[in-house]
Design a protein around this ligand. Sequence first.
Ligand SMILES: [Zn+2]
Length: 434
Amino acid sequence: MPSFFEPPKTDRYALRNVNALLEDGNLAKRDIVVEKGKIADILTAGAAPIDIGPDLKGAMVWPCPVDIHTHLDKGHIWPRNPNVDGTFFGALTATMEDRKANWNAADVEARFDFGVATAYARGVSAIRTHLDSFPPQAEISWPVFAKLRDKWAGKVTLQASSIVSMDLFATDGGKQLADLVAKHNGLLGCVTRMAGEDHAGVPAGFDELMEKVFILAEERGLDLDLHVDETDDTTARTLIRIAKIALKRKFKGKIQCGHCCSLSLQEEDAIAETVKLCADAGIAVVSLPMCNMYLQGRKAGRTPRWRGVTVLHEMRAAGMNVAVGGDNVRDPFYAYGDHDMAETFVQAVRILQLDHPLDGWALAATKNPAETMRLPQAGRLAKGVPADLIVFKARSWSEFLSRAQGDRTVIRNGKAIDTTPPDFAELDGIVGAP
Ligand SMILES: [Zn+2]
């Protein structure tokens, strides 16, 4: 797809008169000077010499965003294994069937690679994916991840976290998984429910099992990434327990909890106490608004009554690192999606009401997830970092949030890249033609 402008091909140039998304998450008129693939300077608009680059007339410039919660191993299985009723349980069942029948290394690799290629074309610079890691899948998927991490190095920084039901940690399989994760420099993660069960209440033996997860991570120096309380059942209250365990153990690594849906339906006192303990424990939370709104509150013939998302405003106000992520794409957990963090952010604004004022919320798609991923160079416009930028034709938040942002130029290390996403037909041999 031809973009609305091409950056100069010289070693040093400026994008003049742009609305730059600065490190406070807000827009300001700037001239961005690029030199040898890096951001050399960020000047007040009008300060750069006019002969070193185009006047972009207020076009918005973002640092390349970061998608911190995805499932690239599940991606694009929809055509061969859809979710027949769109519920969480329907998603679990369809995915399990598909995994057992199809997820050899070649299958996982083709779909995973397609997802990364799409994200790259959209301007995403780093992705964390979860990998279904219940035996025997871990031994298949983790080497595929390692291969694709090498393949995409320099273009998309890839991280992976395990995802398994908690019962694995009641067996020696937990230690084996932690060893496999450590061998691949991954993150240790699980869901706060047992195999084949919905998120409901607090699973028997939860504290003991979760403490095992923490100990396995501590022994290997791993960060944690957990799927937490993804339900409208208000008895699902594992988030506060995770925070208490982290505080008790003085856990040194980073912890991210995803979803945390049920928290937003609890009483105000319970919400406040949970948010405070999460803030004290340094827990980062990622909301997955598209997937949550798709799955939560779904019942045939009944109009959904809530949006499915967690209390992100309250968490940010308490000083927590908060992010939004793309989560699933074209699989039984979310039938749609395109690995595009610009779309994720727009949907997050609408679903979570991050607007009026939008004040700083763009950090949830850029700098905040980069910090949690320990990528200090990513997700920010700053002197000296790689010139990894997206130039949108939109000149204001109103234009950005109103029209689908198909017209964009993606700049990586100072040079424009091809923004054509891969053709869905490339996957016909894997998932079937429509
Ligand atoms: Zn997820």
